[in-house]
Design a protein around this ligand. Structure first.
Ligand SMILES: Cc1ncc(COP(=O)(O)O)c(C=O)c1O
Length: 386
């Protein structure tokens, strides 16, 4: 099996599993219990919190564990509206659905106006428009929610620039770093961010665990009621082994960041070079050769390549890739990101996303498979028009 779907989820690191095992077996105490076993669990949670805080240059009191990126984003957006007086949310049409659907849900229940920024031709958000919009909206009443890296096309947002624009106009800033925490150094002592979301399963941690950073100046209500866990921010017995796994995955990701990022970036470059040589007709969606996440490559196969069954054939050949955002897989709807980019509706688009475990040999196999499948498709007569 060749796994090129690392923007959807990643393999659990062996060291993460090792760190989690004691908490799945012998150290099963409830972190709220005051006996020895409970205290052991509490200490493990606080150690993980310290790790996440350290790598964000934040304080431990600003980190809250949740079930993942989706819950963290929901908590931040609903909280900003309910508790911080937000009346306008500025976002972009290429955000993950955990942002877009949450904004639409909030609009149903609160007098909040949503504004979606236009995109530049390379898929980046038009920041000049952000600046203009913030000039006319009431200061102190706006939340800007923009993702650090797009999960489908990899486009990277300049966090520092957006943060400075928000500070200048007294707007709150939430950023979804689900695809970048564990892959890029993010220093919150230098970049002013109000809310930031992360998720363990994108960087070789377990699924169902993530975190929300809330700047210490803000107090918002919990999404869940029924317990005082996470300093009253998230009711329910903590996902102990998940939190331990998140801490271990964070430690490992940042300890090897330079080596791993160099390897993954090299794989992406190699894939781009090789596929351009083999199939010069393909295009890269987004700003693949510019400000782009080093693990994500979204390739457009134009209609003349007859690539309709390409993803299926890759799957049959044991190569896992994605036809858009993983979170919508299994649902037969087009990608809202590629639509917003104005990608040709008849083109076939496949996202390849890499990890430290991938190799050059795997890329060679994938490109050979792609070429074989497309060669076969080209020799078949086109179906009759109906
Ligand atoms: C950019 C982005 N945000 C949020 C999420 C949701 O994260 P989670 O799966 O932890 O809920 C994903 C998952 O695909 C994502 O790629």
């Amino acid at each position: 099996m060749i796994y090129f779907d690392n923007a959807a989820t990643t393999a659990l690191h062996a060291g993460v599993l090792e760190a989690m095992m004691p908490y799945l077996q012998n150290n099963y105490g409830n972190p709220s219990s005051i006996h020895a076993l409970g205290r052991k669990s509490r200490a493990a949670i606080e150690k993980a919190r310290k790790t996440v805080a350290k790598h964000l240059q934040a304080s431990v009191g600003e980190i809250f564990f949740t079930s993942g990126g989706t819950e963290s984003t929901n908590t931040a957006l609903w909280g900003a509206v309910r508790n911080l007086g937000v009346q306008h949310i500025i976002s972009s049409p290429t955000e993950h659905h955990c942002v877009l659907h949450t904004i639409h849900a909030i609009e149903k229940y609160h007098p909040v106006q949503a504004h979606f920024l236009p995109l530049l031709p390379n898929g980046h958000v038009n920041l000049q428009r952000l600046n203009e919009l913030l000039t006319i909206l009431p200061p102190g009443r706006v939340l800007v929610s923009l993702m650090h890296a797009n999960n489908e096309i990899g486009n990277l947002l300049p966090l520092q620039t957006v943060s400075e624009i928000c500070v200048k106009h007294n707007a709150l800033f939430h950023t979804d770093t689900v695809q970048t925490f564990g892959y890029y150094a993010i220093d919150l002592s230098r970049i002013a961010i109000d809310f930031l979301t992360g998720s363990a399963h994108k960087f070789h941690g377990p699924k169902g665990i993530g975190f929300l950073y809330i700047n210490h100046r803000h107090h918002i209500d919990s999404m869940l009621q029924g317990g005082s866990q996470e300093r009253n921010m998230r009711a329910g017995t903590e996902n102990l082994y998940g939190i331990v796994g998140l801490g271990a995955a964070t430690e490992l990701a940042y300890a090897n960041l330079e080596t791993d990022s160099r390897h993954i970036a090299m794989l992406k470059q190699y894939f781009m070079q090789q596929i351009k040589q083999a199939l010069p007709q393909v295009t890269f969606n987004g700003d693949a050769e510019g400000q782009s996440h080093y693990k994500v490559l979204n390739i457009g196969f134009p209609p003349e390549l007859q690539a309709d069954l390409l993803l299926l054939n890759l799957d049959i050949a044991g190569i896992c890739a994605s036809g858009g955002s993983a979170c919508s897989s299994g649902v037969d709807v087009g990608s809202h990101v590629l639509q917003a980019l104005g990608v040709h509706p008849q083109s076939v688009n496949i996202r390849f996303s890499f990890s430290k475990y991938n190799t050059i040999a795997e890329i060679d196999t994938a490109i050979e498979t792609l070429c074989n499948v497309l060669r076969k498709a080209a020799t078949k007569p086109a179906p009759p028009l109906v």
